[in-house]
Design a protein around this ligand. Structure first.
Ligand code: GLU
Length: 479
């Protein structure tokens, strides 16, 4: 079994294409198949090496592994279509010689005219007017300086049956594919529908797993294969990924490039998990599953036939779950830049302390940068109370707590004894208890009303910081 993922390097890796890559990767993994990465870069104006590099980088980050490709070679290379023009030329010559393709001299202007004329009658189909030009006519056109395209002579009355592993049987008629289509443009560049099937055949691809948007291209590709005597792979067309309004997923719905997800602090494992499960349900409705288990359970035939809706909230939730389970050392490494970005120098503190802080805060993070809203609780000397805490600290009960705490920090509370019984002492001094006591203490000592339990947080915040915070709050609210 041989699979391929064939991105066009015309921008960043889109989330829908990433899903196609991931499913190919997982299916390859399940069956021990080879995965080929082929770069479809014949659209010279829109393709770029930077885009190719960023796509490879994003795929690698996601954990997609390929066995053959432009970066690592392989038996069936080259793996960039732009490096295979000699191969395609040979095939077009063969088609031309056998009368299965012909030179078309219609200019862009003439084709436009035909298109306009047909707009009134219905759908456009190339009239085939260059199908049977005589040698003299061809010579005359060449003498005029016209540069011909190569058109495929679509056989009449032919049926193409695609037994798609996901969609089931789809029957096409050669009458409905828009007439003889161009396979080589006048500048000599061959077009996608023509070369894709040549490459699939030469690269010995057995299964093509790709987006549903290519289903309508499949009959053209199969007809080319027939004309050239090339084998046709098995097809599996994946349902499209939609936004919640059932329109094709686009920037309007939210982040759509893998690169942005990385920068927004998503973990590759959760993105892979989420995208793999989009449009497919595992046994027992389990949603969070490591890659190996997904690979064990996945079946091409069980992938959803209908569109999958991308749920940004669910991905966030899943990411949070991955953050909680992540190996601690690795999480620390990934989250550190975000802490620094928030203005705290992670090099200025002890590593084991920082690790404990992150372990305590990770339960409150759905993405890595979520730590930025929380880290000040531990790393700032005084963590400026947020609006909620500020409002609370202005109330009488809270002021009593502040005054009592200040007195304690100036007297009996020391670095040695402050972990134990700070609450009890403030309670004894103020007569407050429950919420009145603990919300005020939390606002006073952390500057936030939400966050980890005080019993666990205070030892990490430490005596010195708490003392400074109490002093600060005293001056600001209770003096
Ligand atoms: N290069 C095509 C694309 O990026 C994929 C072609 C295919 O999978 O057949 O949409």
């Amino acid at each position: 079994m041989r699979l391929r993922f064939a991105p066009s390097p015309t921008g960043f890796l889109h989330i829908g294409n990433a899903r196609t890559a991931i499913l190919n990767h997982l299916i390859a993994k399940k069956y021990g198949a080879a995965l080929v990465l082929r770069i479809e870069d014949t659209d010279m104006e829109r393709s770029s090496r930077e885009s190719e590099e960023s796509i490879l980088k994003d795929l690698t980050w996601l954990g997609v592994r390929w066995h053959e490709g432009p970066d690592r070679g392989g038996e069936y290379g080259p793996y960039r279509q732009s490096e295979r023009f000699d191969i395609y030329r040979e095939y077009s010559e063969r088609l031309l010689a056998g009368g299965k393709a012909y030179h078309c001299f219609c200019t862009a202007g003439e084709l436009d005219e035909m298109r306009k004329a047909s707009a009134e009658t219905g759908s456009y189909e190339y009239s085939g007017r260059c199908r049977d030009l005589s040698e003299e006519e061809k010579k005359a056109f060449l003498a005029e300086g016209r540069k011909p395209t190569v058109r495929f002579r679509v056989p009449e009355g032919e049926t193409v049956i695609v037994d798609d592993i996901i969609k089931g049987r789809v029957v096409f008629s050669s009458e409905n594919i828009g007439g003889d289509f161009i396979i080589v443009r006048s500048d000599g560049v061959p077009v996608y529908n023509y070369i894709v099937i040549i490459d699939d055949a030469l690269m010995k691809i057995t299964h093509v797993v790709r987006g549903e948007d290519h289903l309508s291209n499949t009959p053209k590709q199969v007809l080319i294969a027939r004309a050239l005597g090339l084998p046709v792979p098995q097809y599996a067309h994946l349902s499209l990924v939609m936004g919640d309004d059932r329109k094709k997923l686009s920037k309007r719905h939210g982040i759509t490039s893998v690169d942005m997800y990385r920068r927004e602090g998503y973990l590759p494992e959760s993105l892979l998990n989420y995208l793999a499960m989009l449009g497919w349900a595992a046994e027992g409705g389990v949603e969070i599953m490591p890659e190996d288990e997904i690979a064990a359970q996945i079946e091409i035939g069980k992938l959803a036939k209908s569109a999958a809706v991308f749920d940004f909230q669910k991905l966030r939730w899943m990411n949070g779950s991955y953050i909680r389970q992540y190996p601690q050392e690795r999480l620390l490494e990934l989250i550190e830049p975000y802490i620094n970005e928030a203005g705290f120098d992670t090099k200025s503190v002890e590593r084991p302390w920082l690790s404990e802080v992150v372990a305590l805060l990770k339960g409150y993070c759905e993405t890595l940068p979520d730590i930025q809203k929380l880290i000040g609780m531990f790393m700032a000397d005084v963590n400026e109370p947020d609006a909620e805490s500020d409002a609370l600290l202005r109330q009488e009960n809270a002021k009593a707590v502040i005054r009592e705490a200040r007195m304690l920090f100036e007297g009996e509370i020391t670095a040695e004894n402050f972990f134990s019984g700070l609450g009890d002492r403030i309670k004894a001094g103020t007569g407050l208890k429950g919420k009145d006591l603990f919300h005020s203490m939390r606002a006073l000592l952390t500057g936030r009303l939400k966050g980890p339990e005080l019993d666990r947080a205070l030892p990490l915040i430490g005596f010195e910081r708490c003392r400074k915070r109490v002093e600060y709050a005293y001056r600001k609210y209770a003096q």
